[in-house]
Design a protein around this ligand. Structure first.
Ligand code: PFF
Length: 462
């Protein structure tokens, strides 16, 4: 019971939950980030390490988050109040998760706005017949244009608001059931297009032929950090979605399906992108350039490129939309469960706030480019740095330690037994107790070092 008054919302079906959770996991991270970090870090060798990270760290933490949510039937903060007591230290894990969701939601919506802008450009044929430099220049002109970004940012936040306000079944689940199959079909078309192009083999070998010489300790950390982001861990999303799960649901089976879909889609996206890039003899650029510069140029040179570009940017927009609704829902659940707000009020308030806090992000490469809150990072980069490098691993670490070491007695075991998969408990418990915390603590340590936190602290203390 939420607030002791209304019955708690629940997913209408298992498929609905899996599609919603996969919708959260499959996002810009899969289609844009995974391909280029795999490419930069030795292709196949990196993919191998990434798969190991997903299996031994990502999957156990996802199961832990779903368990916490389902067991407590609460938002991420309330879940820890319920488990460990309001005055204990552990609710900080929930606060950090909801805080991370809040920060990421604001800038994710701005980047998602870019994808909408590119859908619009693709539909209006802006890329057709244009020289490569002109197409590449469009990205610079977009991020240089604050007003244009704010309009798309607003539209994107409004779309999320429209979905989340409908509630768990009639909003999130319903739209996930519509958007995710379309997303998969769009990706499949692009994948087939890539596999039938003459760059297919180059794409496959770029992604899968292991070049261990390019694999450094840094790549392993990158793989682990990305495993977190791509599975939406440490951001309250899986705790919140888990809280709408049926008590008898098989958590292992559900988590494996979500992780499998997320990984499959990342690999297919990588192959779809690299094969066409190689087919026109281009080099895969890194970073946002890959998606917003290289891809439109590639499509403009291919027969059927007009349609392919629309498909590609629609795919990105849908992926971003289902991810962002989970970020918004995680915060909405907090206001509903802990503050007793109505869904309508909570969603409207938080969507408004996401828009406002996203404004400096949208202005980070134009009007506010001189504003660097941390070091030489713009507002956008600072927000991303704090959320991705610090908040996510910290909350992930706290969750793993709490579940592995402090969750009392057999409650977590019962969560697995309820779904008929009690046999996995010893292996899962070993991973969540030893492997996940160690791995996440290592990432955190190196991120702190890399971002100069230690140097900064040393300078503070003379
Ligand atoms: N998993 C999403 C991606 O790969 O793009 C990002 C994300 C969405 C992270 C929702 C966290 C979250 F709660």
């Amino acid at each position: 019971m939420a607030n002791g008054t209304q019955p708690r919302a629940q997913w209408a079906s298992r498929l609905g939950f899996i599609l919603a959770a996969a919708g959260s996991a499959v996002g810009l991270g899969n289609i844009w980030k995974f391909p280029y970090i795999a490419g930069e870090n030795g292709g196949g060798a990196f993919v191998l390490v990434y798969l190991v990270c997903i299996a031994v760290v990502g999957l156990p933490i996802m199961m832990a988050e779903l368990m916490i949510g389902r067991h407590t039937q609460r938002d991420a903060v309330g879940a820890f109040y319920h488990l460990a007591g309001k005055r204990s230290f552990w609710p900080s894990a929930g606060w950090i998760s909801v805080g991370a969701a809040f920060i990421i939601c604001s800038y994710y919506s701005v980047v998602a706005g870019w994808t909408l802008d590119y859908v619009f450009r693709a539909v209006t044929g802006s890329f057709t017949g244009q020289p490569a430099e002109a197409i590449e220049g469009m990205f610079g002109s977009l991020v240089g244009d604050g007003t244009r970004q704010l309009i798309w940012h607003f539209i994107f936040v409004a779309l999320c608001l429209g979905i989340v306000i409908g509630g768990v079944q009639k909003g999130i689940e319903r739209w996930s059931k519509i958007l995710m199959p379309i997303l998969f079909c769009l990706l499949f078309l692009l994948f087939m297009n890539g596999m039938l192009s003459k760059g297919a083999w180059d794409g496959i070998s770029f992604m899968f032929s292991p070049d261990f010489s390019k694999l450094t300790a840094g790549s392993v950390l990158e793989a682990l950090g990305h495993a977190f982001f791509t599975l939406s861990l440490g951001m309250a999303a899986m705790i919140t979605y888990g809280s709408y799960l049926d008590p008898k649901e098989d958590l292992l089976g559900a988590s494996v399906r979500v992780v499998f879909l997320d990984t499959l889609i990342a690999l297919m996206a990588g192959l779809a992108i690299f094969s066409v890039v190689f087919s026109v003899g281009m080099e895969p650029a890194a970073g946002p350039g890959l998606v917003f510069k290289t891809i439109p140029v590639v499509f403009s040179q291919l027969p059927g490129g007009y349609v392919l570009a629309i498909i590609f940017f629609l795919l990105l927009s849908f992926a971003a939309l289902t991810s962002n609704i989970s970020l918004l829902e995680s915060q909405v659940a907090f206001l509903i469960d802990e503050k007793g707000w109505s869904r309508k009020r909570a969603t409207t308030f938080l969507a408004g706030l996401a828009f406002v806090v996203g404004i400096p992000t949208a202005l980070s490469y134009n009007a506010l480019s001189g504003w660097t809150p941390i070091g030489d990072l713009t507002f956008f980069d600072s927000a991303d740095m704090i959320a991705s490098n610090y908040l996510l691993p910290i909350s992930g670490l706290l969750i793993a330690i709490y579940v592995g070491w402090f969750w009392s007695g057999s409650e977590e075991k019962e969560e697995l037994i309820a779904g008929g998969t009690g046999w996995v408990y010893p292996a899962w418990h070993f991973l969540i107790r030893y492997v996940s915390p160690l791995a996440v603590a290592t990432v955190l340590y190196f991120k702190m070092k890399e971002t100069g936190l230690f140097t900064w602290l040393a300078s503070l203390f003379g």
